[in-house]
Design a protein around this ligand. Sequence first.
Ligand SMILES: Cc1ncc(COP(=O)(O)O)c(C=O)c1O
Length: 468
Amino acid sequence: MLAKKVDVDGLSDRERANTDLVSARYGVQTVPKYEMPEAGMPGWLTRQVISRELQLDGNPLLNLASFVTTYMDESADRLFAETLSKNYIDQDEYPQTQEIHNRCVNMLSRLFNAPESETSVGTGTVGSSEAIHLAGLAFKWKWRERRQKEGKPTDKPNLVVGANVQVCWEKFARYFDVELRCVPVTHERYVLGVPEALELVDENTIGVAAILGSTYTGEYEPVKELNDALVELNEKTGWEVPIHVDGASGGFVAPFLTPELEWDFRLPLVKSINASGHKFGLVYPGIGWVIWRDESELPEGLIFHVNYLGGDQPTFNLNFSKGASQMLAQYFNFLHLGREGYTAIMQTADSNASYLAEHLARAGNHIMSTPKTVPLVAWSMPQEDRFTVYDVSDRLRARGWIVPAYTMPDNATDLALLRVVVRDDCTRDLLDLLIADIDRSVVELGQEHGQQSRSASVAKDKKSQGDC
Ligand SMILES: Cc1ncc(COP(=O)(O)O)c(C=O)c1O
């Protein structure tokens, strides 16, 4: 987030500093906001002042906009606190931390079905965004090496994606000088279309990215179909266009909910996969992962070897220092939950998502998400409604719920949606309360806009279906 310097000279004393009743009791009358105070205050008091201010934030449990974990087991919380002082990059000083990182990469490469005949490599990252930047760089370097060997120009790399990609792909393209070729969505297809993607591929394509699943609707992109079509195209043209799977959310869902679905290293052109440990990996923010199916996919020139912390340390990350706690908490989840635990959680989240979707569909909405993908519910409202998704989102916000409203990307920007991510802390009780508040909001908004029909149909529907 970019923050701006505030011109404090233009502010009144009241605007420059906060008053805090508790700190005032202990002689600290005001707490400056934009300038560091001359004198400090005791730690216990400082914590109270900051904690009280943070209570004005939204409640993470009611933040149904976010894919990111808001709950971990108490024992994980303890492990987290115990390891806060460890720097993840200090491999020589914390060899066991490094060993656990290696184990996580191993477990993930097997979870993503990397062939045993190949040697997977991977790294923990701050989140999927960093993971995607690293995977994109590896594609760009591999493509450049190939082109240089062939004596061909290397000044116009491009990457093919669906217009529904998350902003991190646009960042990668802009920061690393790669043309982003976006396949627009349509009202019949809200994810990447394979024939349309192939039309954009040429000799300068460093790779095609497929999303498992789309941030907009949770839908999985057709990775197998893309793989098969690209195999054919590569054979025909002599190109070597690879696939990266953006499994930010689905990377930790599909292996448990739909293990039979082929989207991962079972497909030969899938060279790298990212997944957010802090989304359905069920760890607090921020941890992500990127795994390459084989070490040959990672050009040696991208790896830095540093020796100023001890022995030789190979690294491929955008930053250097960061906390090790998130990575250790990921290992905690792998051991604590195991495959069975993750499967049970994903099945429950999926079934809770269906529960919410069924209610919303009965109330006349159009459900845009699909079961057995990322557990979320995305819906658009009936065209007859005289109020908008933004009105509903605002009304829900007034009751504490954070339910985002947004439009689809090009070429379906006329379609506006609401979305609820059904995380593992999203219980049926919580959903019942949400449903009651959505119904109430719709009824109130309908009345305010002189529209009776939807409230009446919801009431009629409840009578005939029994209360859900
Ligand atoms: C499909 C997809 N890719 C990438 C990202 C970025 O992930 P992160 O927040 O872990 O950096 C997101 C975040 O929502 C996402 O949904």
